[in-house]
Design a protein around this ligand. Structure first.
Ligand code: SF4
Length: 368
Protein backbone atom coordinates (compact mmCIF):
# COMPACT_ATOMS: atom_id res chain seq x y z
CA UNK A 1 0.00 0.00 0.00
CA UNK A 2 2.86 2.31 0.76
CA UNK A 3 4.03 1.94 -2.84
CA UNK A 4 0.55 2.69 -4.16
CA UNK A 5 0.37 5.86 -2.07
CA UNK A 6 3.82 6.82 -3.33
CA UNK A 7 2.75 6.29 -6.94
CA UNK A 8 -0.40 8.37 -6.44
CA UNK A 9 1.66 11.12 -4.87
CA UNK A 10 4.00 11.02 -7.86
CA UNK A 11 0.95 11.28 -10.13
CA UNK A 12 -0.25 14.38 -8.37
CA UNK A 13 3.17 15.97 -8.74
CA UNK A 14 3.56 14.99 -12.40
CA UNK A 15 0.13 16.19 -13.61
CA UNK A 16 1.80 18.76 -15.86
CA UNK A 17 3.95 16.02 -17.43
CA UNK A 18 0.88 13.87 -17.98
CA UNK A 19 -0.92 16.77 -19.68
CA UNK A 20 2.11 17.53 -21.88
CA UNK A 21 2.49 13.86 -22.86
CA UNK A 22 -1.21 13.64 -23.70
CA UNK A 23 -1.17 16.82 -25.80
CA UNK A 24 1.89 15.57 -27.74
CA UNK A 25 0.05 12.35 -28.44
CA UNK A 26 -3.06 14.28 -29.49
CA UNK A 27 -1.07 16.35 -31.96
CA UNK A 28 0.11 13.13 -33.62
CA UNK A 29 -2.89 10.83 -33.26
CA UNK A 30 -6.06 12.89 -32.98
CA UNK A 31 -9.18 11.71 -34.79
CA UNK A 32 -10.08 13.69 -37.87
CA UNK A 33 -13.65 14.80 -37.08
CA UNK A 34 -15.67 17.30 -39.15
CA UNK A 35 -16.21 19.69 -36.21
CA UNK A 36 -12.51 19.93 -35.35
CA UNK A 37 -10.11 22.57 -36.69
CA UNK A 38 -6.34 22.41 -37.24
CA UNK A 39 -3.85 23.06 -34.45
CA UNK A 40 -3.75 26.72 -33.39
CA UNK A 41 -7.04 27.59 -35.14
CA UNK A 42 -10.07 28.75 -33.18
CA UNK A 43 -13.15 26.56 -33.61
CA UNK A 44 -16.53 28.13 -34.35
CA UNK A 45 -18.75 27.99 -31.24
CA UNK A 46 -21.85 27.13 -33.31
CA UNK A 47 -20.16 24.04 -34.74
CA UNK A 48 -18.80 22.98 -31.35
CA UNK A 49 -22.24 23.41 -29.77
CA UNK A 50 -24.01 21.53 -32.58
CA UNK A 51 -21.58 18.60 -32.39
CA UNK A 52 -21.69 18.44 -28.59
CA UNK A 53 -25.51 18.39 -28.48
CA UNK A 54 -25.60 15.65 -31.13
CA UNK A 55 -22.92 13.63 -29.33
CA UNK A 56 -24.92 13.48 -26.09
CA UNK A 57 -25.86 9.78 -25.71
CA UNK A 58 -24.84 9.03 -29.32
CA UNK A 59 -21.74 7.63 -31.02
CA UNK A 60 -19.39 9.72 -33.16
CA UNK A 61 -20.06 7.43 -36.13
CA UNK A 62 -23.84 7.97 -35.92
CA UNK A 63 -23.46 11.73 -35.46
CA UNK A 64 -21.17 12.56 -38.41
CA UNK A 65 -23.77 12.34 -41.26
CA UNK A 66 -26.35 14.27 -39.18
CA UNK A 67 -23.82 16.94 -38.31
CA UNK A 68 -22.81 17.35 -41.95
CA UNK A 69 -26.43 17.56 -43.13
CA UNK A 70 -27.36 20.12 -40.43
CA UNK A 71 -24.35 22.26 -41.22
CA UNK A 72 -24.97 22.17 -44.98
CA UNK A 73 -28.61 23.17 -44.44
CA UNK A 74 -28.13 25.61 -41.54
CA UNK A 75 -24.53 26.90 -41.63
CA UNK A 76 -25.14 29.50 -38.89
CA UNK A 77 -27.06 29.68 -35.64
CA UNK A 78 -29.26 32.39 -37.20
CA UNK A 79 -30.11 30.02 -40.07
CA UNK A 80 -31.07 27.26 -37.64
CA UNK A 81 -33.16 29.70 -35.58
CA UNK A 82 -35.09 30.69 -38.71
CA UNK A 83 -36.03 27.06 -39.53
CA UNK A 84 -39.30 25.54 -38.32
CA UNK A 85 -39.35 23.10 -35.40
CA UNK A 86 -40.86 20.52 -37.73
CA UNK A 87 -37.94 20.82 -40.15
CA UNK A 88 -35.46 20.44 -37.30
CA UNK A 89 -37.27 17.42 -35.84
CA UNK A 90 -37.48 15.82 -39.28
CA UNK A 91 -33.75 16.38 -39.89
CA UNK A 92 -33.03 14.92 -36.44
CA UNK A 93 -35.23 11.83 -36.94
CA UNK A 94 -33.26 8.65 -36.26
CA UNK A 95 -30.73 10.26 -33.92
CA UNK A 96 -32.92 9.59 -30.84
CA UNK A 97 -33.49 11.50 -27.57
CA UNK A 98 -35.70 14.03 -29.33
CA UNK A 99 -35.84 16.50 -26.46
CA UNK A 100 -32.30 17.37 -27.61
CA UNK A 101 -33.67 18.52 -30.98
CA UNK A 102 -36.36 20.66 -29.37
CA UNK A 103 -33.81 22.22 -27.02
CA UNK A 104 -31.37 22.71 -29.89
CA UNK A 105 -34.00 24.72 -31.71
CA UNK A 106 -34.96 26.75 -28.62
CA UNK A 107 -31.31 27.43 -27.85
CA UNK A 108 -30.62 28.56 -31.45
CA UNK A 109 -33.50 31.03 -31.21
CA UNK A 110 -32.25 32.46 -27.91
CA UNK A 111 -28.66 32.81 -29.14
CA UNK A 112 -29.76 34.33 -32.47
CA UNK A 113 -32.37 36.71 -31.04
CA UNK A 114 -31.14 37.60 -27.55
CA UNK A 115 -27.35 37.20 -27.85
CA UNK A 116 -26.88 38.62 -31.38
CA UNK A 117 -25.77 35.19 -32.63
CA UNK A 118 -22.87 34.83 -30.16
CA UNK A 119 -22.76 32.03 -27.62
CA UNK A 120 -21.85 33.03 -24.04
CA UNK A 121 -18.19 32.20 -23.33
CA UNK A 122 -18.45 31.13 -19.67
CA UNK A 123 -19.65 27.78 -18.40
CA UNK A 124 -22.20 29.56 -16.18
CA UNK A 125 -23.55 31.58 -19.14
CA UNK A 126 -23.76 28.51 -21.34
CA UNK A 127 -25.66 26.58 -18.67
CA UNK A 128 -28.45 29.15 -18.79
CA UNK A 129 -29.30 27.94 -22.31
CA UNK A 130 -31.75 25.09 -23.05
CA UNK A 131 -30.18 21.66 -23.51
CA UNK A 132 -26.77 22.67 -22.12
CA UNK A 133 -25.93 20.82 -18.91
CA UNK A 134 -22.66 20.83 -16.94
CA UNK A 135 -20.80 18.50 -19.31
CA UNK A 136 -21.80 20.30 -22.51
CA UNK A 137 -21.14 23.73 -20.99
CA UNK A 138 -17.63 22.64 -19.96
CA UNK A 139 -16.98 21.09 -23.39
CA UNK A 140 -18.07 24.23 -25.30
CA UNK A 141 -16.28 26.60 -22.90
CA UNK A 142 -13.03 24.61 -23.16
CA UNK A 143 -13.09 23.76 -26.89
CA UNK A 144 -14.59 26.93 -28.35
CA UNK A 145 -13.32 29.52 -25.84
CA UNK A 146 -10.24 27.94 -24.19
CA UNK A 147 -11.68 28.03 -20.64
CA UNK A 148 -9.55 26.02 -18.20
CA UNK A 149 -12.09 23.31 -17.46
CA UNK A 150 -12.53 19.65 -18.34
CA UNK A 151 -15.85 18.13 -19.35
CA UNK A 152 -16.20 14.64 -17.87
CA UNK A 153 -18.10 12.17 -20.03
CA UNK A 154 -17.97 8.36 -19.85
CA UNK A 155 -14.68 8.15 -21.76
CA UNK A 156 -12.94 10.76 -19.64
CA UNK A 157 -14.39 9.26 -16.48
CA UNK A 158 -12.82 5.92 -17.39
CA UNK A 159 -9.39 7.38 -18.20
CA UNK A 160 -9.24 9.48 -15.03
CA UNK A 161 -10.54 6.65 -12.80
CA UNK A 162 -7.74 4.45 -14.14
CA UNK A 163 -5.06 7.09 -14.10
CA UNK A 164 -5.63 7.66 -10.39
CA UNK A 165 -6.87 4.10 -9.59
CA UNK A 166 -10.17 5.41 -8.18
CA UNK A 167 -11.84 2.35 -6.66
CA UNK A 168 -15.06 3.95 -5.43
CA UNK A 169 -17.85 2.62 -7.68
CA UNK A 170 -19.69 4.93 -10.08
CA UNK A 171 -21.86 6.93 -9.78
CA UNK A 172 -20.61 7.76 -6.24
CA UNK A 173 -17.10 8.38 -7.63
CA UNK A 174 -18.24 11.15 -10.00
CA UNK A 175 -17.36 14.15 -7.79
CA UNK A 176 -13.90 12.73 -7.01
CA UNK A 177 -13.21 12.00 -10.69
CA UNK A 178 -14.39 15.49 -11.62
CA UNK A 179 -11.97 17.04 -9.10
CA UNK A 180 -9.07 14.93 -10.36
CA UNK A 181 -9.85 15.79 -14.00
CA UNK A 182 -9.90 19.51 -13.21
CA UNK A 183 -6.62 19.24 -11.31
CA UNK A 184 -5.03 17.59 -14.34
CA UNK A 185 -6.21 20.27 -16.81
CA UNK A 186 -3.37 22.48 -18.12
CA UNK A 187 -3.64 26.26 -18.09
CA UNK A 188 -3.33 26.45 -21.88
CA UNK A 189 -4.89 24.27 -24.61
CA UNK A 190 -7.66 23.11 -22.27
CA UNK A 191 -9.93 22.43 -25.26
CA UNK A 192 -7.32 20.21 -26.94
CA UNK A 193 -6.67 18.52 -23.61
CA UNK A 194 -10.37 17.66 -23.22
CA UNK A 195 -10.49 16.31 -26.77
CA UNK A 196 -7.25 14.39 -26.19
CA UNK A 197 -8.81 12.67 -23.17
CA UNK A 198 -11.93 11.91 -25.25
CA UNK A 199 -9.79 10.39 -28.03
CA UNK A 200 -7.66 8.42 -25.59
CA UNK A 201 -10.77 6.97 -23.98
CA UNK A 202 -12.32 6.16 -27.36
CA UNK A 203 -9.28 4.55 -28.99
CA UNK A 204 -6.63 3.44 -26.44
CA UNK A 205 -8.13 3.33 -22.95
CA UNK A 206 -11.09 1.25 -24.10
CA UNK A 207 -13.60 -0.22 -21.61
CA UNK A 208 -12.64 -3.92 -21.74
CA UNK A 209 -9.09 -4.17 -23.09
CA UNK A 210 -7.15 -0.94 -22.76
CA UNK A 211 -4.06 -0.84 -25.02
CA UNK A 212 -1.72 0.30 -22.25
CA UNK A 213 1.40 -0.42 -24.32
CA UNK A 214 0.36 2.28 -26.78
CA UNK A 215 -0.74 4.78 -24.14
CA UNK A 216 1.13 8.06 -23.67
CA UNK A 217 0.14 8.02 -19.97
CA UNK A 218 1.35 4.50 -19.22
CA UNK A 219 4.17 5.60 -16.92
CA UNK A 220 1.73 7.85 -14.98
CA UNK A 221 -1.15 5.41 -14.68
CA UNK A 222 -1.80 4.01 -11.18
CA UNK A 223 -4.31 1.39 -12.38
CA UNK A 224 -1.85 0.06 -14.95
CA UNK A 225 0.89 0.09 -12.37
CA UNK A 226 -1.34 -1.98 -10.05
CA UNK A 227 -2.56 -4.26 -12.89
CA UNK A 228 -6.22 -3.41 -12.27
CA UNK A 229 -6.99 -1.26 -15.33
CA UNK A 230 -9.59 -3.69 -16.75
CA UNK A 231 -11.48 -3.61 -13.42
CA UNK A 232 -11.93 0.17 -13.41
CA UNK A 233 -14.04 2.18 -13.26
CA UNK A 234 -15.97 0.12 -10.70
CA UNK A 235 -19.73 0.32 -11.02
CA UNK A 236 -22.60 -0.21 -8.61
CA UNK A 237 -24.80 -3.16 -9.69
CA UNK A 238 -27.40 -2.11 -12.26
CA UNK A 239 -31.04 -3.03 -12.08
CA UNK A 240 -32.65 -4.68 -15.14
CA UNK A 241 -34.48 -2.48 -17.64
CA UNK A 242 -38.22 -2.98 -17.10
CA UNK A 243 -40.36 -4.10 -20.02
CA UNK A 244 -43.45 -2.37 -21.43
CA UNK A 245 -45.95 -3.39 -24.07
CA UNK A 246 -48.24 -1.55 -26.44
CA UNK A 247 -50.47 -2.04 -29.45
CA UNK A 248 -50.09 0.19 -32.53
CA UNK A 249 -52.78 0.91 -35.14
CA UNK A 250 -51.34 1.31 -38.61
CA UNK A 251 -54.15 2.74 -40.76
CA UNK A 252 -53.27 2.78 -44.48
CA UNK A 253 -55.55 4.77 -46.74
CA UNK A 254 -56.27 3.39 -50.20
CA UNK A 255 -54.78 6.53 -51.77
CA UNK A 256 -51.35 5.82 -50.26
CA UNK A 257 -51.53 7.82 -47.00
CA UNK A 258 -50.68 6.69 -43.46
CA UNK A 259 -52.39 7.93 -40.30
CA UNK A 260 -49.93 9.59 -37.90
CA UNK A 261 -50.41 11.52 -34.69
CA UNK A 262 -48.30 14.24 -33.06
CA UNK A 263 -47.13 13.25 -29.56
CA UNK A 264 -47.55 15.77 -26.73
CA UNK A 265 -44.65 18.27 -26.43
CA UNK A 266 -43.65 17.13 -22.94
CA UNK A 267 -42.29 13.65 -22.28
CA UNK A 268 -40.68 10.85 -24.22
CA UNK A 269 -40.41 11.51 -28.01
CA UNK A 270 -42.20 14.80 -27.32
CA UNK A 271 -43.47 16.61 -30.42
CA UNK A 272 -42.54 13.73 -32.75
CA UNK A 273 -45.01 11.84 -34.94
CA UNK A 274 -46.27 8.40 -33.94
CA UNK A 275 -48.41 5.60 -35.23
CA UNK A 276 -51.50 5.91 -32.96
CA UNK A 277 -50.99 3.39 -30.16
CA UNK A 278 -52.31 2.32 -26.80
CA UNK A 279 -50.45 3.49 -23.69
CA UNK A 280 -47.12 1.74 -23.18
CA UNK A 281 -47.85 -0.19 -19.97
CA UNK A 282 -46.74 -3.22 -17.96
CA UNK A 283 -49.44 -5.39 -19.53
CA UNK A 284 -51.49 -5.24 -22.74
CA UNK A 285 -55.17 -4.35 -22.47
CA UNK A 286 -57.55 -7.12 -23.71
CA UNK A 287 -57.41 -6.94 -27.53
CA UNK A 288 -61.18 -6.42 -27.93
CA UNK A 289 -61.01 -3.44 -25.58
CA UNK A 290 -57.94 -2.02 -27.36
CA UNK A 291 -59.66 -2.34 -30.76
CA UNK A 292 -62.66 -0.37 -29.47
CA UNK A 293 -60.20 2.50 -28.92
CA UNK A 294 -58.80 2.30 -32.49
CA UNK A 295 -58.40 5.61 -34.38
CA UNK A 296 -60.71 4.52 -37.26
CA UNK A 297 -63.51 1.96 -37.50
CA UNK A 298 -62.12 -0.75 -39.77
CA UNK A 299 -61.25 -4.41 -40.06
CA UNK A 300 -58.05 -4.55 -38.10
CA UNK A 301 -55.67 -7.42 -38.80
CA UNK A 302 -52.78 -8.38 -36.53
CA UNK A 303 -49.44 -8.40 -38.33
CA UNK A 304 -47.56 -11.52 -37.12
CA UNK A 305 -44.62 -10.91 -34.76
CA UNK A 306 -43.71 -8.04 -32.42
CA UNK A 307 -41.61 -4.91 -32.78
CA UNK A 308 -38.96 -4.67 -30.04
CA UNK A 309 -37.24 -1.41 -29.19
CA UNK A 310 -34.98 -0.46 -26.31
CA UNK A 311 -35.19 2.99 -24.74
CA UNK A 312 -32.78 4.15 -22.04
CA UNK A 313 -35.06 3.22 -19.17
CA UNK A 314 -37.24 0.45 -20.56
CA UNK A 315 -37.72 -2.14 -23.31
CA UNK A 316 -40.83 -1.83 -25.45
CA UNK A 317 -42.61 -4.61 -27.36
CA UNK A 318 -45.36 -3.52 -29.72
CA UNK A 319 -48.02 -5.58 -31.47
CA UNK A 320 -49.04 -4.01 -34.76
CA UNK A 321 -52.61 -4.03 -36.11
CA UNK A 322 -53.13 -2.91 -39.67
CA UNK A 323 -56.19 -1.81 -41.63
CA UNK A 324 -56.71 -0.64 -45.22
CA UNK A 325 -59.30 2.15 -45.17
CA UNK A 326 -61.09 4.28 -47.79
CA UNK A 327 -59.83 7.81 -48.53
CA UNK A 328 -62.94 9.40 -46.91
CA UNK A 329 -62.71 7.46 -43.64
CA UNK A 330 -63.54 9.41 -40.45
CA UNK A 331 -61.41 9.41 -37.35
CA UNK A 332 -62.92 8.25 -34.08
CA UNK A 333 -62.98 10.27 -30.87
CA UNK A 334 -60.19 7.99 -29.59
CA UNK A 335 -57.83 9.10 -32.36
CA UNK A 336 -57.65 12.59 -30.84
CA UNK A 337 -58.23 14.00 -34.37
CA UNK A 338 -56.69 17.42 -33.72
CA UNK A 339 -53.30 15.79 -33.31
CA UNK A 340 -53.68 13.48 -36.33
CA UNK A 341 -52.64 13.87 -39.95
CA UNK A 342 -52.61 11.67 -43.04
CA UNK A 343 -49.15 11.61 -44.57
CA UNK A 344 -48.32 10.33 -48.05
CA UNK A 345 -46.14 7.22 -47.79
CA UNK A 346 -43.61 8.73 -50.19
CA UNK A 347 -43.06 11.57 -47.65
CA UNK A 348 -42.36 9.28 -44.67
CA UNK A 349 -38.57 9.49 -45.12
CA UNK A 350 -38.65 13.24 -44.43
CA UNK A 351 -41.15 13.10 -41.54
CA UNK A 352 -40.26 13.66 -37.87
CA UNK A 353 -40.64 9.97 -37.08
CA UNK A 354 -38.51 8.41 -34.31
CA UNK A 355 -36.78 5.08 -34.98
CA UNK A 356 -39.31 3.05 -33.01
CA UNK A 357 -42.15 4.37 -35.21
CA UNK A 358 -40.18 3.68 -38.40
CA UNK A 359 -39.74 0.10 -37.16
CA UNK A 360 -43.49 -0.18 -36.48
CA UNK A 361 -44.37 1.10 -39.95
CA UNK A 362 -41.79 -1.15 -41.65
CA UNK A 363 -43.16 -4.14 -39.75
CA UNK A 364 -46.77 -3.19 -40.44
CA UNK A 365 -46.47 -2.77 -44.22
CA UNK A 366 -44.80 -6.15 -44.72
CA UNK A 367 -46.76 -8.82 -46.58
CA UNK A 368 -49.33 -6.46 -48.07
FE1 SF4 B 1 -5.81 3.62 -19.75
FE2 SF4 B 1 -3.80 1.84 -19.78
FE3 SF4 B 1 -3.40 4.38 -20.45
FE4 SF4 B 1 -3.87 3.74 -17.93
S1 SF4 B 1 -2.11 3.10 -19.17
S2 SF4 B 1 -4.75 5.44 -19.06
S3 SF4 B 1 -5.35 2.08 -18.18
S4 SF4 B 1 -4.66 2.89 -21.54
Amino acid sequence: MANVAKKQLQLGLSGADAAAALLDWYDRERRDLPWRVGKGRKPDAYRVWLSEIMLQQTTVKAVIPYYERFLARWPTVEGLAAATLDDVLAAWAGLGYYSRARNLYKCAQIVANQYAGRFPESEAGLRELPGIGPYTAAAIAAIAFGAVTTPVDGNIERVVARLYAVKTPLPAAKPEIGRLARALTPASRAGDFAQALMDLGASVCSPKRPSCLMCPLQSECAAHWQGIEALLPARAAKSERPGRVGLAFLALREDGHVLLRRRPEAGLLGGMLEVPSTEWADTLPPVAEALRGAPVRAEWWQVPGVVAHTFTHFRLETLVYRAIVPANVSLTFWADPQRCQWLARRDLDRAALPSVMRKIIAHGVREQ
